[in-house]
Design a protein around this ligand. Structure first.
Ligand SMILES: [Zn+2]
Length: 391
């Protein structure tokens, strides 16, 4: 350790037999990190190996030497690592660049921390933004998208009653995801329609389009007409909180819902199309870290064909009974009533939504956005606004 607190970098080949072929960087203050030879050679930043314009890798993996070994290595100017390889190729790596790529399992899962909520915390996490601010200000647009990612729900207020607002709002982000119900769709009383959302009776908690492999990520619902008497209230439940609670009280039931396949189906006609969608997936889908990444839940769209052995049927029903009891528990579920001019926006992979029955007229205009596009727009805005603040 040197006394002045300044890092004095050194690099050593810390290879130990064939198992660990690595270069070790030490900062002279007790800190360090290790970089495998194969990864370093594969991520050489020279203009032969990496595009100077896009930063994309130019190496052809078919021709890559997987067992390259360094013949020389040293730190240059205390801020770069120089390596000469056994085929005479030379690589220079910026130390800051290397440190940002420090091997650290789980770093990606912390990029966007989702905050779970229940009935008690709903009023504090349910944030509103004004339509004009989202349209005119990139800062507000970013805040809305970050709020959606963290809490999975947010309201846009004062949108007016023009029926193209959902499209306008989506185009501030990217573009609407078209489905068999159109680019946008009307939710109103329509006795011809096959979809139960188009009737005025109680609409139980569900997620939209579980019968799509690429199910829409975010739902935008613009309230145009709402009955003034009681009825038509929205119900929402944070599916992540339901999963947490289920894991606490009965982890086997939770596991059942992550494993047992369910057949999701939609068959009917709308906007001049006949459709017949089928997707087979458990109710709870996890990512490779074991985090819940998507919930599929819709009684209307769960097929009576159940692709499991007969012994699994009771096990699954026992699990879904517990899941439903938690989702509808008054400590978990939240209720509110949208006003004309509101656009409710929420994560369809996470939030279960429903609606109380009503009498009279009610009209919503809905549309969908995909998370891929929202996350891309969020990163672009974060980078633009960070640069703006520096300049
Ligand atoms: Zn190179």
């Amino acid at each position: 350790m040197n006394g002045d607190g300044v890092r004095r970098w050194s690099a050593t080949d810390s290879s130990d037999g064939d198992q660990h072929r690595e270069i070790r960087l030490d900062d002279g203050c007790g800190g360090g990190s290790q970089y495998p030879h194969v990864w370093l050679r594969n991520n050489c930043q020279c203009s032969l190996c990496t595009s100077t314009e896009s930063g994309f890798r130019k190496q052809v993996i078919r021709d890559f030497r997987f067992n390259s070994k360094p013949t020389q290595l040293r730190i240059i100017s205390n801020d770069k690592l120089y390596v000469k390889w056994d085929d005479s190729h030379e690589s220079t790596y910026d130390l800051q660049w290397l440190l940002k790529r420090n091997f650290n399992e789980g770093q990606e899962r912390h990029e966007n921390q989702q905050v779970k909520w229940t009935a008690e915390s709903f009023t504090t996490i349910f944030r509103s933004f004004k339509y004009d601010d989202v349209v005119k200000s990139d800062e507000t647009l970013l805040k809305w998208l970050e709020t959606l990612a963290v809490y999975g729900i947010s309201m846009i207020k004062s949108c007016g009653l023009e029926q193209n607002r959902v499209k306008e709002l989506a185009e501030r982000v990217a573009f609407l995801k078209k489905t068999q119900y159109g680019e946008t769709f009307k939710v109103e009383v329509n006795s011809d329609a096959t979809n139960l959302a188009y009737r005025s009776t109680y609409l139980q908690l569900h997620t939209d389009l579980p019968y799509y492999e690429y199910t829409p990520g975010v739902i935008l619902l613009h309230c145009i007409v709402q009955p003034e008497s009681s009825g038509g209230e929205s119900e929402v439940t944070d599916g992540l909180s339901v999963c947490d609670r289920l894991k606490e009280i009965d982890v086997d039931c939770y596991k059942t819902l992550t494993k047992v396949p369910v057949r999701w189906i939609d068959r009917g006609h709308d906007a001049g199309y006949n459709f017949h969608n089928v997707y087979v997936s458990p109710v709870i889908c996890e990512d490779s870290y074991g985090n819940v990444k998507r919930i599929n839940f819709s009684e209307h769209h769960r097929d009576s064909k159940f692709p499991v052995s007969v012994d699994k049927v009771h096990i699954w029903y026992d699990a879904i009974e517990k899941f439903v009891n938690i989702a509808y528990n008054e400590k978990i579920i939240s209720t509110f009533k949208m006003k004309p001019g509101d656009i409710l926006t929420f994560d369809n992979h996470r939030v279960l939504h429903g609606r109380k029955g009503y009498k009279g007229s009610r009209l919503l205009i809905g549309g969908y956005l995909d998370w891929d596009l929202i996350k891309s727009r969020t990163r672009v805005l974060q980078s633009q606004l960070a640069n703006k603040h520096i300049n």
